[in-house]
Design a protein around this ligand. Structure first.
Ligand code: DC
Length: 272
């Protein structure tokens, strides 16, 4: 390893092999760029890595805007942790459904907050979420859980319960945090904030295609209705509503591919 200081920032040139493990051990971030010759004003040779201080990058936006795909891709590009905060709300909602709690029953939700055990674990590079030691990562991906997550996320006791877990996961930096209030509430001091949006029609189209590929037959009208309901719930709730942080860069992905969105974000992060 050869540390070099450039323009007040410290870089380490590492071999590609074991880059993530080394970066984790050193508690520093890794920026991987095997194609480009210039990064943040610093020359990088092909096939090598530029490692820089760990950043906190937030991506907020409505359902179906492509946040998960873009956040995962960006985290992979930077060798950062991908923090899917929606998965925490979904995991909580999963338990709400399992325990037969009504999403509007604030007393029962507060009691659940006191007894539920939630934790995140990075298994083979992907984030898994556990409820009372059960891995629910795959079980929380349906629309029913999404809608209940949206309902219970309006309750302050629930938001408070999940806040500490999110901050703990991201406080060492080197994270791409995705959700609804990442830039406004959870990581207000984030280094880069993005608000990813797309037209309602395009978001419905994407969500429909995603669900169809998972389940086969899906009702387009129902997908559209659920998305509109979720938009309204997430934007109109009193606590931490979905909105762009004042210092966020708004990216409209309606006519952009995932790769284009990621490139745009990378170029902003590089200051290009
Ligand atoms: O991103 P998602 O669709 O998995 O999120 C499910 C719901 O969880 C979303 O409709 C609102 C809630 N949520 C939230 O309130 N705050 C977050 N940071 C993430 C999700």
């Amino acid at each position: 390893m050869k540390p070099t200081a450039v323009g007040g920032r410290y870089y380490l040139i590492l071999l590609r092999v074991d880059q993530y493990a080394i970066a984790q051990a050193l508690n520093i971030g890794v920026m991987l760029d095997v194609c480009s010759s210039t990064m943040m004003g610093q020359s990088v040779s092909k096939g090598r890595l530029t490692v820089k201080e760990k950043l906190v990058i937030t991506i907020d936006g409505p359902a179906g805007a492509g946040k998960s795909t873009v956040s995962k891709a960006l985290a992979r590009r930077l060798s950062y942790l991908y923090l899917d905060t929606g998965a925490l709300y979904r995991a909580f909602a999963y338990k709400v459904i399992e325990d037969g709690i009504l999403p509007g029953d604030e007393k029962a939700l507060a009691a659940l907050c006191a007894r539920i055990e939630l934790h995140l674990d990075n298994i083979d590079g992907s984030l898994n979420v556990f409820v009372d030691s059960v891995n629910v990562t795959k079980m929380i991906r349906c629309e029913e859980v999404g809608l209940v997550a949206s309902r219970v996320s309006a309750v302050s006791a629930v938001r408070e319960r999940l806040l500490a877990i999110q901050r703990q996961a991201g406080d060492r930096g080197g994270v791409v945090a995705e959700g609804r209030d990442m830039g406004t509430v959870v990581f207000p001091m984030a280094d880069y904030k993005f608000y990813l949006d797309a037209s309602v029609e395009e978001r419905v189209r994407r969500r429909y295609a995603e669900l169809r590929s998972q389940r086969g037959s899906v009702d387009y009208k129902k997908v559209a209705e659920d998305l509109v309901v979720r938009d309204r719930q997430d934007k109109e709730r009193k606590i931490a509503p979905l909105k762009a942080s004042e210092d966020a860069t708004i990216v409209d992905s309606t006519k952009m591919s995932v790769a284009e969105v990621v490139e745009k974000m990378i170029s902003i992060i590089r200051g290009a």
